[in-house]
Write a protein that binds this ligand. Structure first.
Ligand SMILES: NC(=O)c1ccc[n+]([C@@H]2O[C@H](COP(=O)([O-])OP(=O)(O)OC[C@H]3O[C@@H](n4cnc5c(N)ncnc54)[C@H](O)[C@@H]3O)[C@@H](O)[C@H]2O)c1
Length: 348
């Protein structure tokens, strides 16, 4: 088995490079993961339907001989042929306006899509990683949130298609694991940001940056006293790969996120400061089921993977702002559509 200097496994027992399927590989996180896997010697098959992403995200990858795009909806049986060693399942719209646009498809993606990908992993003897979310904790009563906390989720609200879909996907994963059918890993991802976030998808980081760059008031939902913690994308991707490759004594989900917690109002000031803007803030009503506090306990990731974030909030934001500046966003001022304002949330 070949390993990179950093310990990442890059080939199977026969010396051939690992073949990794990345479902949702054209998305924000998925495209960075595809890049990092190729950089560490994997061959990547990106499975995506582009329901919540743009092909622009993978443009630089498409010329790589180690990258293949398989355009498909994971809700349908996947006719993928050939060897597969790793399956990363990141397929699912992740921002509230996107996942609420077709809530039934969102739930189906998490449940039927995950089932299809688990079956693919089982058929090929591949290891499987599920991208779960801090949203499985709902509006938490425990702080910070550790993996043993079973959550406080509303199963009938407008976020349920995502939160409950992800909870069902976790249940499926651990059943496959308990039955000895697939070696499964579940990452509970907390708010992650970086280049390639979509400017109009209603997440807090992209909203604030785009508003700051275009001189618009920054939208704060509620008082802005609610807290969030933000993980830079390179840290998160490193965590996903470490979790996939770890020899785990532990059967259960692992939180991945940055425990550096900020009040939303304070976060808006940091963004405005880095952009060099003097934007006013505009307060709007809190969306339904918006969590008041969100901060991961990452003790388990530290212990099992030796992983923790290394990119500071200011450094990560500088990179992200630079990327937004270099795209056309700054010249096309953004104002979320009314339906997006309702759905967009400080929760992401
Ligand atoms: N970014 C975050 O802060 C965050 C936080 C928690 C969890 N996550 C999870 O990480 C994963 C990736 O999130 P992201 O931020 O990159 O979102 P994204 O919307 O940018 O990426 C999701 C990708 O999945 C694809 N997809 C969605 N449904 C599909 C389907 N049925 N068939 C095929 N492709 C499909 C989309 O086209 C997109 O390319 C998601 O599963 C999300 O739940 C992300």
């Amino acid at each position: 088995m070949a390993r990179m200097q950093n310990g990442t496994v890059i080939s199977n027992g026969n010396g051939a490079p690992y073949v990794s399927v990345v479902a949702g590989g054209a998305g924000f996180l998925g495209s960075h993961l595809c890049e990092a896997l190729i950089a560490s010697g994997h061959q990547v098959i990106c499975v995506d339907s582009f329901v919540s992403s743009s092909r622009r995200n993978i443009r630089s990858l498409e010329s790589s001989p180690d990258f293949r795009l398989f355009e498909a909806d994971v809700c349908e049986p996947l006719g993928l042929r050939g060897r597969v060693d790793r399956v990363y399942n990141l397929a699912c719209a992740a921002s509230p306006p996107r996942y609420q646009a077709d809530p039934i498809h969102t739930m189906t993606t998490s449940v039927v899509g995950s089932l299809n990908l688990l079956r693919l992993a089982e058929a090929r003897g591949a290891r499987y990683l599920q991208a779960s979310t801090s949203e499985v904790y709902g509006d938490p009563e425990q702080h910070p949130q550790s993996e043993s906390y079973s959550g406080h989720v509303n199963c009938t609200g407008p976020r349920a298609c995502y939160d409950e879909g992800k909870r069902a996907a976790e249940a499926l994963c651990f059943d496959f694991l308990r039955l000895g059918r697939v070696d499964v890993r579940v990452a509970r991802i907390f708010n992650t940001y970086g280049p390639r976030m979509q400017p109009d998808d209603g997440r807090i980081v992209s909203n604030f940056i785009v508003q700051a760059l275009s001189g618009k008031p920054m939208t704060i939902y509620g008082t802005g006293e609610q807290t969030r913690s933000f993980c830079y994308v390179s840290d998160l991707v490193r965590g996903l790969m470490a979790l996939m490759e770890a020899r785990l004594p532990h059967e259960g989900p692992v939180n991945l996120g940055n425990p550096d917690e900020h009040r939303v109002l304070e976060f808006a000031r940091i963004v405005a400061d880095l952009v060099g803007a003097r934007n006013a803030v505009r307060h709007e009503a809190l969306p339904t089921d918006d969590p008041r506090r969100r901060c991961p306990d990452i003790s388990l990731a530290r212990e099992l993977l030796g992983w923790e974030p290394t990119v500071s909030l200011r450094d990560g934001l500088r990179e992200t702002i630079e990327w937004f500046r270099s795209t056309e966003v700054a010249s096309h001022p953004h104002d979320p559509a009314p339906e997006q304002r309702m759905a967009a949330t400080a929760g992401k």
